[in-house]
Write a protein that binds this ligand. Structure first.
Ligand code: HXC
Length: 297
C-alpha cells in the first residue's frame, strides 16, 4: 500500500532498530528508509540481518546491520557506538526486539519468565540507556535545541489479562511504564520524546505464528471490531507518525494499533433482540417501578 506520508519526512535522520531484520521491525526499517532515513538494524541472527540489509540497500536505502543481543549491555553499547560511527548521528531508536511463546503460568519456569523480561523490558531500558548520550539535545551530531526520539513496541495483553501470556504481559507492562517515565524525565531534561505502539495481531509476523499457530482453530474474528488482522504496514505508518514531526507534541503515549480488538467482548445478545427486550423491560418497569411495593400500586 502507498504511504500517505511525504517521502522525505525522515530525510537526514538515522534510525537504529532492534529486531529490525524481521517481522514488524523489518517493515518499520523499510518504511523509515523509504521516507528518507538511514537504517541500522540490530539482531541476534547474522543471516537475518544480512538479508534484511541487502533488501534495504536494493531499495536504495543506506542500511547497515550489527549483530547483538539486547540482553547484553556490552552488545547494546557496541551497536549504538557502531551506528554513530557509521552514520555520524542517531535520531531514532526503535525497540522492536521481543521474545514470546505460549505457556500456561504453571508450566512456565522462573527462567522462562526472566528470559522474556530480560529481552523485552530490561533490553528496552538497556538500549535507551546506551543511546541517551546520542539522542539528547547537544549530543554528538545534534543541535543544542533538539533531541531525538524513542519508540517502544509493546502489546495490549496486559490491559486486561491474556491466557498463557503471563511473562509477556508482565514484560510489556514494564515497557509501558518505562515509556512514560523516560518521556517525563528525558522530555524535560533532554528534549527526547518517548512513545510506544501496542500492536494487535498482525499478519505474517513471528508473533502471530507463535500466538495463533495454524493448529489452533481461531474463531476470535467473530467479535473483533474490524474482523481482520492488521498488517505490518499499519504499525509502520503509526511509527512514522510518532517519530516524525507529525508527532512532535506526542510524548509518553503508547498508541494502540489493533482495530479496537482489545475492547472486544463476545456479543451476549443479537441487535434485534436487544431492541425488543429493551422496550419490554421499559414497559414492565413503568407498570411496576422498581422499589415501589406492589401493595401501593
Ligand atoms: C515453556 C519455554 C518455552 C516454551 C522457552 N522456554 N520456550 N518454556 N514453553 N515454549 C523457557 C526455556 O525452557 C528456558 O527456561 C527459558 O525459557 C529460556 O529458553 P531458551 O531457549 O534458553 O532461551 P533463548 O534461546 O534465549 O530464546 C529466547 C526465547 C525464543 C524467547 C525463548 O523464543 C526467542 O529467541 N525468541 C525471539 C523471537 C520471538 O519470540 N519473536 C516473537 C515475538 S512476538 P529453563 O527454566 O528451562 O531454563 C511478540 C508479540 C507480543 O513479542 C504480543 C503481541 C500480541
Amino acid at each position: 500500500m502507498e504511504s500517505p506520508f511525504k517521502p522525505d519526512v525522515l530525510k537526514g535522520k538515522v534510525a537504529l532498530i532492534t529486531g529490525g531484520g524481521s517481522g514488524i521491525g523489518f517493515e518499520i526499517s523499510t518504511q523509515f528508509g523509504k521516507h528518507g532515513a538511514s537504517i541500522a538494524i540490530m539482531g541476534r541472527r547474522k543471516q537475518v540481518i544480512d538479508s534484511a540489509v541487502s533488501t534495504l540497500q536494493a531499495l536504495g536505502i543506506p542500511a547497515f546491520g550489527i549483530e547483538g543481543d539486547v540482553r547484553k549491555q556490552e552488545d547494546a553499547r557496541r551497536v549504538v557506538e557502531s551506528t554513530y560511527k557509521h552514520f555520524g548521528r542517531i535520531d531514532i531508536l526503535v525497540n522492536a526486539a521481543a521474545g514470546n511463546f505460549l505457556v500456561s503460568a504453571e508450566d512456565l519456569s522462573p527462567n522462562g519468565f526472566r528470559t522474556v523480561i530480560d529481552i523485552d523490558s530490561v533490553g528496552t531500558f538497556t538500549m535507551c540507556h546506551e543511546v541517551l548520550k546520542y539522542l539528547k539535545k547537544g549530543g554528538p551530531g545534534r543541535s543544542s535545541s533538539s533531541g531525538g526520539t524513542i519508540l517502544n513496541i509493546s502489546a495490549t495483553l496486559h490491559y486486561t489479562a491474556s491466557w498463557y501470556q503471563i511473562h509477556v504481559s508482565a514484560a510489556k507492562a514494564a515497557v509501558d511504564a518505562t515509556t512514560r517515565s523516560l518521556a517525563l524525565e528525558w522530555g524535560a531534561d533532554y528534549d527526547i520524546r518517548v512513545n510506544g505502539i501496542a500492536p494487535g495481531p498482525i499478519s505474517d509476523t513471528p508473533g502471530i505464528s507463535k500466538l495463533a499457530p495454524e493448529e489452533i482453530d481461531n474463531k476470535s474474528g467473530d467479535y473483533m471490531p474490524l474482523y481482520k488482522l492488521g498488517e505490518k504496514w499499519d504499525i509502520a505508518m503509526s511509527a512514522l507518525y510518532l517519530v516524525s514531526d507529525a508527532g512532535k507534541f506526542i510524548n509518553g503515549t503508547t498508541l494502540i494499533v489493533d482495530g479496537g480488538l482489545w475492547l472486544s467482548r463476545p456479543r451476549h445478545l443479537p441487535k434485534e433482540a436487544v431492541k425488543k427486550l429493551s422496550r419490554a423491560v421499559e414497559k414492565r418497569s413503568r407498570k411496576t417501578p422498581v422499589g415501589v411495593p406492589t401493595s401501593k400500586l
